[in-house]
Design a protein around this ligand. Structure first.
Ligand code: BDR
Ligand code: CA
Length: 314
């Protein structure tokens, strides 16, 4: 089978970097046709530079990287240096990229790529605020039925939020964008924190990643060591979820995920719960089921696969 073609929309972010490396280490299954960046964990200039650093680390400077929206559709940007450090990818020691960004804006690229591709071919994976994809859908609604699927890291339901009591960071930062995408009619698969919290990355696993002796694996482990510092107030051990990488895991091995098709709406109005993903898990509303919600990961095969694939990079 030909590899599945994906565009990764991202705000790296150490866990975004893991997601990208995991995908680039899986060329038989996934073809990353482009990467688009958005303001999120850190401002756009840094997320764009970080995406270039990651493709160079993977030896894949041929993948075009496009910078997109610096901030959300309506709200002001909220960043997360308190998790990721001032660069967004603290912990790694990567050179300034020599690969240039593409001149085209990420939103224009998304429209062009989706319109030019055969219908139903492209999947867009969003690993940050969904601003670029929503803007593309608003600008050119004909892209919507052409997409195969949107797979996103974001949201939380039984778990609540991590940015506010109700809202997960990616959806909280740009709830209006998430609303546009969830209401668009495109097949959506959501990987919320309920799911990502079931696959915690341990120190032992990071030791195994380092033991591959590969540069990409070692730099990834170094990033993870920084990223693990945040969250000691939440997690019982030093293990941490590696949120965005769970999207790549789902594309490669969906059978490892417990999942359910549900209706999901995004709160865009309430001052206290804005950005909440309201998941109708029990189908009590009878509303159209617009989203496959991932609930749980089988962690051992997930981490075994990620080790194999990131470890396969140079
Ligand atoms: C999400 O927020 C960001 O900090 C991470 O990169 C991930 O995409 C987790 O809530
Ligand atoms: Ca992210």
């Amino acid at each position: 089978m030909a590899p599945r073609k994906i565009i990764i929309d991202t705000d790296p972010g150490q866990d975004d970097a893991f997601a990208i490396l995991f995908a680039l280490g899986s060329p038989a299954e996934l073809e990353v046709v482009g990467i688009t960046t958005v303001g999120g964990n850190v401002p756009l200039a840094l997320t764009a530079e970080n995406a270039l650093k990651v493709i160079e680390l993977a030896g894949r400077a041929d993948i075009p990287v496009y910078a997109g929206c610096p901030g959300p559709m309506v709200k002001k940007l909220k960043t997360a240096e308190y998790v990721h450090g001032p660069t967004g990818m603290d912990g790694a020691d990567l050179p300034r990229p020599t690969t240039p960004l593409q001149d085209e804006h990420a939103v224009n690229y998304l429209v062009r790529a989706i319109m030019d591709a055969p219908e139903g071919e492209l999947t867009v994976c969003t690993l940050g605020p969904m601003t670029n994809l929503a803007m593309a859908m608003v600008m050119e609604p004909r892209i919507i039925p052409r997409l195969r699927e949107v797979v996103l890291m974001g949201g939380g339901f039984f778990q609540g939020g991590n940015a506010t009591p109700a809202a997960e960071f990616n959806i909280f930062v740009d709830p209006h964008a998430a609303h546009v995408v969830f209401e668009s009619g495109v097949p959506v698969t959501m990987c919320p924190i309920d799911c990502t919290y079931t696959a915690e990355m341990t120190v032992e696993w990071l030791d195994r990643l380092r033991a591959t002796g590969k540069r990409a694996a070692i730099e990834a482990a170094n990033m993870a060591d920084f990223y693990r510092q945040y969250g000691s107030h939440k997690f019982a051990t030093s293990a941490r979820p590696i949120h965005d990488a769970c999207v790549t895991g789902y594309l490669l091995a969906p059978e490892l995920y417990e999942q359910r098709l549900c209706n999901v709406t995004i709160d865009i109005v309430s001052p206290e719960t804005i950005g909440m993903t309201l998941v109708d898990w029990w189908h009590v509303t009878g509303k159209r089921k617009n989203c496959t919600v991932l609930r749980r990961i089988d962690p051992d095969p997930f981490f075994a696969l990620m080790l194999e694939r990131i470890g396969a990079l140079a």
